[in-house]
Design a protein around this ligand. Structure first.
Ligand code: PLP
Length: 456
């Protein structure tokens, strides 16, 4: 019988995270202070983050030790299996070998606890008592609820309203782990009240929820804010995924030709791909594909610019691909991909042509998700289905070219609490949304008054 899954023993879990800043051909441009236009220093970030995480955010050290207390919690489900999708290969009649890193086996059902647990730990040792955060699909809110319950921190989650309504069981998971979850825009912050007064039916967005969570953190005692994606330290914590995958491929004696992940703020994609991008930077041939929704085409259509990470314009200005911080994506079911910006690290690597961006429509991603569920049994998160759509396209290309290749993708989460999206798809109620040039131009106007990154 052929090998279906590759496991690592607990002893083989990676003990360090990989920091791609040590190897990037073009260094990151610094985040800027919106008032002065000057690079932000650690003190500017200290009202929102603890100093130990700020140090990681700016570090260029290649390897960073994972604290024992964090490893001990990660071992509850890690190392995650590397699995081979034989039935999907057969169904597609492809000579390609398709592997996936199964991050859906975590207690919260996605890759998000990899950083949630680390962030809760670092806040705890810094003496913080309470955290605030945003969540789109609810996966991040659940993951941080789990992390906070492990380290005894209070948590308030601002959940994008449309997802709050689509995914009631995610709220219950958060409450079960002891967190408080409210729909965003909420009436609990000045910014939330402002948005509701201007648009009572606003479905919310990650940008709005981030603004509410930051406002709460800076106006409350002993409280910091935690972000589930985008920032350098989040990408860092997720690299355990790719580092495990590399060990697992060594056991198989193989190396992927193509590495694929979906991108919202970039964290699951970075987690799987950055260790491979290190090899690529040093000459190895590997194609790396980042997949986003056509409805929120940040890296396929947005410009590379300085922009705010949130809608209220309270964060430092980040150098990234963006659709403009006021952009409110259409209410697609892949809530975790509805973000106007992109991780600066991922953005710079796209600019340097090390990552290939790609976008798919919602209907095609559900079709891919259904194919996967009916061949490989797992019902994936709508975000993950974007990666699967690209996997199927690459596997079909291999068939047409008559070329065997090894495809690896990140199965970033299961979709067992996302079934309303599947229901709408199966009932023929879902539609595709694309963004017109006119809408793009309108939402990019906010960038006109912001500083521009240096062209390198
Ligand atoms: C299952 C899953 N995959 C992917 C994402 C996208 O986020 P990121 O790009 O940070 O991995 C999310 C975000 O909520 C998610 O829940």
């Amino acid at each position: 019988m052929e090998t279906k899954k590759v496991f690592l023993s607990e002893k083989e879990i990676p003990r360090q995270w990989y920091n791609i800043q040590a190897d990037m051909p073009t260094p990151l441009q610094p985040p800027l202070h919106p008032a002065t236009g000057k690079p932000v220093g650690p003190d500017d970030l200290s009202p929102i983050f603890p100093m130990n995480l700020i140090e990681q955010e700016v570090s260029t050290q290649r390897w960073i030790d994972i604290p024992e207390e964090v490893l001990e919690k990660l071992l509850i489900w890690r190392p995650t299996p590397l699995q081979r999708a034989y039935n999907l290969e057969k169904y597609l009649k492809t000579p390609a070998k398709i592997y996936y890193k199964n991050e859906s086996v975590s207690p919260a059902g996605s890759h998000k606890p990899n950083t949630a647990i680390a962030q809760a730990y670092y806040n705890k040792v810094a003496g913080i008592k309470r955290l605030t955060t945003e969540t789109g699909a609810g996966q991040w809110g659940c993951a941080l609820s789990l992390g906070c319950s492990m380290f005894g921190l209070e948590l308030k989650v601002y959940m994008v309203k449309i997802s709050y309504e689509q995914k009631p069981y995610r709220q219950l998971m958060m409450k079960t782990w002891g967190a408080n979850c409210v729909p965003s825009p909420s009436r609990e912050t000045n910014f939330g009240r402002k948005v509701i007064s201007e648009d009572p039916d606003c479905p919310g967005s990650l940008g709005i929820a981030i603004s509410e969570a930051i406002e709460d953190a800076v106006t409350s005692e002993h409280t910091k804010y935690s972000l589930g994606s985008v920032l350098n330290h989040v990408m860092l914590h997720q690299t355990i995924i790719g580092l495990e995958a590399q060990k697992q491929f060594d056991i198989l004696g193989e190396y992927p030709d193509v590495v694929i992940g979906c991108v919202g703020g970039g964290s699951n994609f970075a987690g799987l791909s950055f260790p491979y991008l290190r090899d690529k930077i040093h000459g190895k041939e590997v194609q790396v594909i980042a997949v986003e929704p056509v409805a929120c085409p940040t890296i396929t259509r947005g410009p590379f610019s300085y922009d705010f990470g949130d809608t209220a314009a309270t964060t430092p200005l980040l150098p990234m691909f963006t659709l403009g911080h006021n952009f409110i994506p259409k209410s697609i079911h892949a809530g975790g991909l509805r973000y106007h910006g992109m991780s600066p690290l991922v953005s710079q690597l796209v600019l340097d042509a090390l990552i290939q961006p790609r976008a798919y429509n919602q209907l095609q991603t559900y079709k891919a998700g259904l194919t996967f569920a009916r061949t490989e049994s797992l019902i994936c998160a709508p975000e993950t289905n974007h990666a699967i759509a690209a996997v199927i396209e690459e596997a079909e290309k291999a068939r047409e070219e008559g070329r065997s290749k090894v495809i690896l993708f990140n199965l970033s989460g299961h979709g067992l609490l996302d079934l309303t999206g599947y229901d709408s798809y199966l009932n023929g109620e879902l539609t595709d949304y694309s963004l017109s040039e006119e809408e793009m131009r309108e939402s990019l106007k906010v960038l006109d008054s912001l500083p521009q990154p240096v062209k390198k």
